[in-house]
Write a new protein. Structure first.
Length: 182
């Protein structure tokens, strides 16, 4: 876990908060933020941008929510039937194909966006309510396909569309503050 993430929690939640990293140990959340008897499950995403290369994506003010990954591996399958499914595919691949959005049980979803390796902004979302909200507006969201790694289908969620009570936004860069139209 990068030091910027710990510093964000200590500055914006509590200076005595303790972060325990579980990113590689489960599929439901990445970390637990603890302070006294309070434990907050956190899913965090670090996104890196470089000036003049891909920094234009910072100006889109959206987050990508992974719905499905491993699309190419499923496109190559022959017709599935009950008598051949266990030969052609296994439960691990199915579980992997379901994007993190559906498996996540975190309380907070936090995107740390970096420009030229320095923290640029933080998008801090109340995931418990956000997940339900996304499920209800899914048909209004634009999809994006990325074939860079595993072949992922993401939903693009504009920050201005997220209900204000669910979103905390902290800009460390020079861009103007987002407005969600309320």
């Amino acid at each position: 876990m990068r030091i910027e993430i710990t510093e964000y929690f200590q500055k914006n939640y509590d200076s005595n908060i303790i972060l325990r990293d579980f990113e590689t140990e489960n599929l439901g959340f990445d970390a637990i933020a603890s302070q006294k008897n309070i434990n907050i499950l956190v899913e965090y995403k670090s996104r890196f941008f470089e000036s003049g290369i891909n920094d234009r994506y910072l100006k889109e003010y959206d987050v990508l929510i992974e719905l499905i990954q491993s699309v190419p591996s499923f496109q190559k399958l022959p017709e599935l039937k009950n008598n051949n499914i266990n030969r052609l595919i296994n439960s691990y691949k199915v579980n992997t194909a379901v994007g993190w959005f559906y498996k996540c049980i975190a309380d907070r979803l936090i995107f740390f966006r970096f420009l030229d390796n320095a923290i640029y902004d933080v998008i801090d979302i109340d995931f418990r309510f956000f997940k339900q909200w996304v499920m209800n507006v899914m048909s209004n969201l634009e999809l994006q396909y990325s074939d860079k790694t595993t072949g992922t289908i993401n939903a693009k969620v504009p920050l201005k569309a997220i209900p204000k009570p669910l979103l905390k936004y902290k800009n460390y860069g020079l861009m103007t503050k987002i407005s969600n139209g309320s």
